[in-house]
Design a protein around this ligand. Structure first.
Ligand code: RIB
Ligand code: CA
Length: 319
């Protein structure tokens, strides 16, 4: 069964970014996508916003798009052109932007959408630096109690990627991450320890390309570019499809082993700033150690790729 029993209401906050695009596609297919908020990250907001609009056009996503923060709370703006290209969406020829963003700022939109749809149980799904989410939590102190939870792609229990001990989304705005990890409500963390087990293969790229639709060819070109740049960084072709995993942690939680852990964000370490310090001790040793997150382990990668394929292959709007 590819459709979840119930379609959760979600807001995707993203920095497209190749893997963000596939998260948008699966959120649109398997959830009730209330809105897409865009943040700086893989590329400057001047790129991530048009990339989100273009992706909505190519993949037939009708959710409203809102522009958000163009820089972190404290840290300097930093991007990832070595992975995503200067445009943030390297690979396919990008069509002209035909969609327009809403006038409302992303932070206000998050607050307004949650209050409007509170009864539905809205999940926030941040897939980039957590700047928009932190600002929303600070601007509306009631927000944390009105949402069903936050399911984020970020951090990890092992090594980092942009830094030895820090994953990009957390590393790019550690102060925002600290606000989010201490908001006090339900939080799912899908980190590199999981997403590095969900790696694109040439066979998957060919499977998607064989659909021969405009959106499938666009998708295949994204997958190939992302896998090639990762290959240049790591020596092996294949990009981890990080961001869709944070969507599936809500729509298909059975695809992961979600374990309660205490997670703290390192803000001051000379070598560890941006690290998600996950308490892996078998027994929580102190009150400070009370679990604040469900951390994802052991993804069912084959099923994840089947779900992504089904969403890209789907012709009409979701049932
Ligand atoms: O470290 C991987 C994360 O950083 C992903 O969300 C990717 O899109 C980038 O935002
Ligand atoms: Ca992202």
């Amino acid at each position: 069964m590819t459709q979840p029993a119930t379609r959760p209401s979600v807001i995707v906050d993203c920095d497209p970014g190749h893997d963000d695009v596939f998260a948008m596609v699966v959120a649109n297919h398997y959830a009730k996508l209330l809105g897409i908020t865009v943040v700086h990250g893989n590329a400057p907001l001047t790129r991530t916003l048009p990339n989100a609009l273009i992706s909505c056009d190519v993949f037939g996503i009708n959710a409203p798009v809102f522009a958000g923060a163009e820089r972190p709370l404290i840290a300097p703006p930093r991007n990832a052109p070595h992975i995503h290209g200067e445009s943030g969406l390297g690979g396919p020829e990008l069509p002209p932007v035909t969609r327009t963003a809403e006038k409302t700022h992303a932070v206000e939109a998050i607050i307004e959408l949650v209050r409007k749809h509170e009864g539905d149980g809205v999940w926030l799904m941040p897939l980039g630096p957590l700047t928009n989410i932190a600002l929303a939590l600070r601007m509306a102190p009631d927000l944390g109690k009105r949402i069903a939870g936050i399911s984020l792609m970020g951090g990890g229990t092992l090594h980092g990627n942009r830094a030895p001990h820090a994953e990009f989304n957390i590393w790019a705005d550690p102060e925002a991450a600290s606000v989010v990890f201490n908001y006090g409500g339900p939080l799912k963390m899908v980190g590199l320890n999981t997403t590095h087990q969900v790696v694109i293969t040439k066979g998957f790229v060919e499977r998607v390309a064989a659909l021969k639709t405009r959106k499938a060819i666009f998708a295949a070109e994204l997958l190939d570019f992302f896998s090639t740049t990762y290959g240049e960084q790591l020596g092996v072709y294949g990009g981890p499809l990080h961001d869709p995993c944070a969507v599936f942690a809500v729509t298909h939680p059975q695809l992961f082993d979600l374990r309660p852990k205490r997670v703290d964000i390192e803000l001051y370490g000379e070598f560890t700033r941006g690290m998600t310090a996950v308490d892996e001790r078998p027994i929580v040793a102190s009150k400070k150690g009370e679990p604040n997150a469900l951390v994802a382990y052991e993804p069912k990668s084959a099923e994840i790729f089947d779900l992504i394929y089904a969403a890209v292959a789907a012709e009409s709007a979701p049932a």
